[in-house]
Design a protein around this ligand. Structure first.
Ligand code: HEC
Length: 111
């Protein structure tokens, strides 16, 4: 039993370390530019059911999924309860890093 417990603790520790690293891997300041040119079209005014930048209540349950999940959903696009988030915000030229940085910016401004 105690062995099981320490395994669980160890796993949780690794998971929490990983998410800290993930946060550091994105550059929110660089993401602002991509946000302004691509994401703001929907996320500034809440167009088509998009959660607005700075709307803490709308973002809290989304942020709880973790940054990596938000980034991968933003790269692939998804259909949610309030609308459809297009893959890469509809701009296929954006790199994974650019999308990741703009998600970090959006999230950083909304919690
Ligand atoms: C055409 C409109 C549109 C554009 C442009 C757009 N989004 Fe979205 N986005 C949405 C909608 C609508 C949702 C909500 C979908 C839902 O949960 O029903 C959403 C949700 C999200 C979420 C929350 C994901 C989740 O799991 O709750 C993130 C993160 C996100 N968008 C990031 C971005 C980024 C980054 C960009 C720019 C690269 C972008 N979006 C551009 C419409 C858009």
């Amino acid at each position: 039993m105690s062995r099981f417990f320490s395994t669980v603790c160890c796993a949780l520790f690794v998971v929490s370390m990983t998410s800290v690293d993930a946060e550091a891997a994105y550059d929110a300041a660089a993401g602002q530019k991509t946000y302004d040119t691509t994401c703001a079209a929907c996320h500034k005014g809440g167009l088509l059911g998009a959660p607005k930048l700075g709307d803490k209540a709308a973002w809290a349950p989304r942020i709880a999924q973790g940054l990596d999940v938000l980034v991968s959903k933003s790269i692939k696009g998804f259909q949610g309860k309030t609308g459809t988030m297009p893959a890469r915000g509809g701009d296929a030229k954006l790199t994974d890093a650019q999308v990741g940085n703009s998600v970090a910016y959006l999230v950083g401004q909304s919690k």
